[in-house]
Ligand binder design. Structure first.
Ligand code: NAD
Length: 289
């Protein structure tokens, strides 16, 4: 239950794929915990009904806090540039949607002015360029580095001061196994950018962990998302492209967006808090599916 307790979570690239799954998994956890809290609350009221005059909180059962949490829950602010896809998330009560281009400093700063408190910042936006260095033009290089790395620099630089003021905060960046972890064919600028994300994550963690800020990154293998399917269909031989993707996977299958989403939830939870001895606050967390 404590996983979500009143947390404010800001997600980029939430309209589809891993970001969307993370927003929905958070929402479902909120719903489940609200239901269990509601059932617990009902039982308390039943006991108090049987013994008139008995107030369980006055005899040391602090349920009022729990009740407050049921009302409060986590608040997810789901952002993306794709407004129409983002609208689909708006129907979930715990999710607030907001159009945001993470490469635009002004838009990020405007959003920051509207958000008083932020507990978790998830930087998920990224783009996959296909090709070796010989097929990577300068504009491909600049576009990828801008979206995959500079956007995280802008987001962290904007929201970190709020976290420092709160003396707590949690940043989760999206990297990839195609990075400094592993050489993958036809991913020259993509791997370069994701290696930079690992470096950025470690630098932020090293600089701010003592001030209560955790910074981790997630490094998945191939995940079945709409953009992956588009990349497969864009190849001259999609059937072979699918086989090639699967051949890279030791598991023989792709990871699902939901599997990666659960890792976001875990890293954002207090189960990995700084006070907690199982904290992975200095070691970026690798998830190579
Ligand atoms: P996706 O490509 O399916 O969706 C990306 C989302 O980002 C889209 O909703 C898009 O509208 C949004 N977006 C694009 N440009 C944006 C911008 N400037 N500002 C805000 N939003 C923007 O995503 P995915 O496949 O779930 O990948 C998400 C992240 O995970 C990326 O960083 C990707 O590199 C990384 N990743 C993906 C895989 C995979 O196999 N799918 C594997 C490892 C890492």
């Amino acid at each position: 239950m404590r996983r979500l307790d009143g947390k404010i979570i800001l997600l980029s690239a939430a309209a589809q794929g891993i970001g969307r799954a993370a927003a929905i998994v958070w929402y479902c956890l909120y719903l489940l915990s609200s239901i269990s809290v509601a059932l617990f609350w009902e039982k308390i009221e039943m006991i108090e009904g049987i013994f008139p005059g008995l107030r369980l909180d006055t005899v040391g059962i602090p349920y009022s806090k729990t009740k407050a949490f049921a009302k409060e829950g986590a608040k997810v602010i789901a952002t993306d540039i794709n407004e129409s896809k983002l609208q689909e998330l708006g129907k979930y009560p715990g999710i607030q949607i907001r159009v945001l281009d993470v490469t635009k400093r002004e838009q990020i700063e405007n959003l920051a002015k509207e958000i008083e408190k932020i507990d978790v910042l998830c930087n998920i936006a990224g783009f996959v360029h296909h090709g070796t260095i010989l097929e990577c033009e300068e504009q491909d290089w600049d576009f990828t580095m801008n979206l995959n790395v500079r956007s995280m620099y802008l987001m962290i630089k904007t929201f970190l001061p709020k976290m420092l003021k709160q003396k707590s905060g949690n940043i989760i960046n999206m990297s990839s196994v195609a990075s400094s972890i592993k050489g993958v064919v036809n991913r020259c600028v993509y791997s370069t950018s994701k290696a930079a994300v690992i470096g950025l994550t470690k630098a932020v963690a090293a600089d701010f962990i003592e001030q209560g800020i955790r910074c981790n990154c997630i490094c998945p293998g191939t995940v079945d998302t709409p953009s992956l399917q588009e990349r497969i269909q864009a190849r001259p031989n999609p059937e072979q492209a699918l086989k090639d993707f699967l051949a890279r996977q030791k598991t023989g299958r792709m990871a699902t967006a939901e599997e990666v989403a659960h890792l976001f939830v875990y890293l954002a939870s207090d189960e990995v808090s700084i006070d907690n001895k199982i904290s992975c606050h200095r070691i970026p967390c690798y998830f190579a599916a």
